[in-house]
Design a protein around this ligand. Structure first.
Ligand code: NAD
Length: 264
């Protein structure tokens, strides 16, 4: 139990108002972390923080956009002043886009990079600078996707390429900061049953797509936000103290399954 205990940690979770981010904040809080929950949607953030507090967790909300460099610095500064030095960062804010490569605009392509890759980098840099200055170690967990390692098709190119960047950023930062005791890892979920995903599942043709996705997942179901939170918590905790630079699939075996393979 002690290996998984986060008492005394300040955990900053981006995109924490919903889905995987909210489930992760809840689980880290249940293991003793003081929570700084950051999200771009202030009303949803207020609701999420109120829900976490009603469950007895120590949570504070910080409205901010991870793609805005000044906002990133302001939020990380405010968290340090109000709660203490951030030692756990969960880079979860992100979203997908579904436009075929021959139709995608550069604005959309660049936005996917800004949100999924540059936003996570700016958050990591802001947190690590302060840890390095304080001579303290910490842990960073990036939320990538199976799309970062394996092609999804269906107009996912901008998202997938950005998540591939998240995977390589994870390895680079892990190597750069290992000597300072800052571990950097990532999880790469398959399709997760979240509010973001249900929009896609409810779109025209969504039911057929969902059935096809599940056929590619040997464990036979979508992941849940809680599945992702459990893996993120593991990587952020001392249970993973010798683990850095890994991209951990939370995918029910999806990446293990060859296209010609069959799960029984
Ligand atoms: N849901 C899936 O199937 C799935 C699969 C693989 C990876 N992921 C990744 O998991 C992460 C979370 O996904 P989710 O499905 O829980 O999403 P979600 O849309 O349910 O929640 C994402 C949260 O991030 C916030 N956010 C969006 N842009 C932001 C910004 N610029 N700054 C701060 N906050 C911002 C949103 O307001 C929202 O509360 C994302 O990085 C996503 O790419 C999701």
């Amino acid at each position: 139990m002690k290996l998984h205990d986060l008492t005394g940690c300040i955990a900053l979770v981006t995109g924490g108002a919903a889905g995987i981010g909210l489930a992760t904040a809840r689980l880290l809080g249940q293991h003793g972390a003081r929570l700084a929950v950051m999200d771009i949607r202030p009303a949803e953030l207020d609701d999420a923080v109120a829900a976490l507090r009603a469950e007895g967790l120590d949570a504070t909300g910080y409205a901010g956009d991870v793609t805005d460099e000044a906002a990133v610095e302001t939020v990380v500064d405010r968290v340090q002043t109000e709660l203490g030095l951030v030692t756990v960062l969960i880079n979860n804010a992100g979203s997908g886009s579904h436009t075929l490569p021959e139709q995608v605009t550069m604005a959309e392509f660049r936005h996917m990079f800004e949100l999924n890759l540059a936003g996570s980098f700016m958050m990591a840099r802001a947190v690590a600078r302060r840890l390095l200055a304080a001579g303290r170690g910490g842990t960073i967990v990036n939320v990538s996707s199976i799309g970062g390692s394996s092609a999804l098709g269906r107009g996912n190119v901008s998202f997938s390429v950005a998540k591939a960047g998240v995977n390589q950023m994870t390895r680079e930062l892990a190597v750069e900061w290992a000597g300072a005791g800052i571990r950097v890892n990532a999880v790469q979920p398959c399709q997760v049953d979240t509010p973001g995903f249900s929009q896609l599942a409810n779109s025209p043709g969504g039911k057929e797509l969902l059935a096809r996705m599940i056929r590619g997942i040997p464990l036979g179901r979508l992941a849940t936000s809680e599945d992702c939170a459990a893996a993120i918590h593991f990587l952020a905790s001392d249970a993973a103290s010798m683990i850095t630079g890994v991209i951990l699939p939370v995918d029910g075996g999806n990446l293990a399954l060859n296209a010609g393979g069959t799960s029984r």
